[in-house]
Design a protein around this ligand. Structure first.
Ligand code: HPA
Ligand SMILES: [Zn+2]
Length: 335
């Protein structure tokens, strides 16, 4: 049995495996610029965030119907559950679909159909986090929040993703204020490729409760102290950092240093179809590459539930943390 864990940083569009991409392309009559899954996989050799995003947005062309979004989400939940995920807070990028003419209702209701069945089918509780594309305008983000109004009962919070450098958090002050007034939780990608000052800005200007990535906080010791003091969780994605070249090799990842500094770290998959592994694979990889012992792995798993938006189900959170505390690593070998 794998270690129980929550996943707090996964883009549902980043779980689109090549096989499903080709199946959906056939079903929807969409032509992909790749001959087959092998050729597509060979394109997964990224220089930086932008080179990944170019492919990530291009492949989304195959996602057109409610069924497509439901199938994508159910496939992710099945894989995640098999790797010990018991709770998942899932990002989606509505603007990447509405610009292609797919209505926001199709996207959200498709995702929600799979999420509604998730506890029963997979034993995974879920939350949905709607991300705004930071390389698009603030007005478009506001428009998207308005368009999502009829579906807000499906959505727990908002996030900010896509190309970071040159698009500081403050650009989205207004939409974060509006979302806060609607009772939505707030997170944002910050300090992945962008500077530590973007993390500070996300906290001070947007009021985020959790920072996605946050890797570059290490460049500002006052910020690290603040993140520790205020217990702000970071959703780190070590395999993503290596694939997008924020870190040269996994062995150099600062995760152990960050944990030693007292930061509330979690590990996550980000875009597992593209970056070489789901969250259980990520736990295995960091354990091997960074020599994390069982107590460190237990701490990461515990943190994932502590940092989750399970406030409306504290009983479940407490039960899952108790399962982590009682976890016997010997059973892992029976996976
Ligand atoms: O790692 C990421 N960073 C920013 N935007 C993204 N959108 C999908 N994945 C990512
Ligand atoms: Zn991300």
């Amino acid at each position: 049995m794998p270690l129980p864990k929550a996943e707090l940083h996964v883009h549902i569009e980043g779980t689109l495996e090549p096989e499903l991409a080709f199946a959906l392309a056939r079903r929807n009559g969409v032509e992909l610029p790749f001959a087959d899954t092998e050729e597509l996989r060979r394109a997964y050799d990224f220089e930086d965030l932008q080179s990944f995003l170019d492919l990530y947005y291009a492949l989304m062309a195959v996602l057109r119907t409610e069924d497509d979004f439901a199938e994508l989400t159910d496939a992710y939940l099945a894989r995640a559950a098999a790797q010990g995920v018991r709770h998942a807070e899932i990002f989606f990028d509505p603007q990447a679909h509405t610009v292609r003419g797919v209505p926001i209702a199709t996207v959200i209701e498709g995702l929600a159909r799979a999420l509604d069945d998730s506890e029963r089918r997979h034993g995974v509780s879920t939350r949905l986090i709607m991300c705004f594309l930071r390389d698009q305008s603030a007005a478009f983000a506001l428009e998207t929040l308005q368009a999502a109004r009829p579906h807000l009962h499906r959505i727990t919070g908002i996030g900010l993703d896509s190309a970071e450098v040159g698009h500081p958090p403050a650009k989205f002050r207004e939409v974060y204020e509006a979302a806060g007034a609607l009772g939505l939780r707030k997170v944002a990608h910050a300090g992945e490729e962008g500077p530590a000052s973007y993390i500070t800005e996300a906290l001070d200007v947007l009021g985020v409760e959790r920072v996605d990535h946050g890797l570059r906080c290490l460049e500002d010791t006052d910020l690290v102290e603040r993140l520790v003091r205020e217990r702000i969780p970071l959703t780190l994605c070590p395999l993503s950092n290596v694939r997008l070249r924020a870190v040269d090799v996994l062995e150099d990842h600062p995760l152990p240093r960050m944990m030693d500094a007292g930061l509330l770290c979690t590990v996550n998959s980000d875009d597992p179809a593209y970056f070489g592994g789901y969250v259980g694979d990520t736990f295995h990889a960091v354990r091997e590459a960074l020599g994390l012992d069982e107590e460190r792995l237990r701490e990461l798993a515990r943190n994932s539930f502590t940092a989750s938006f399970l406030e409306d189900d504290e009983e479940r959170r407490a039960r899952l943390i108790a399962e982590v505390d009682a976890y016997d690593f010997a059973t892992e070998l029976q996976e």
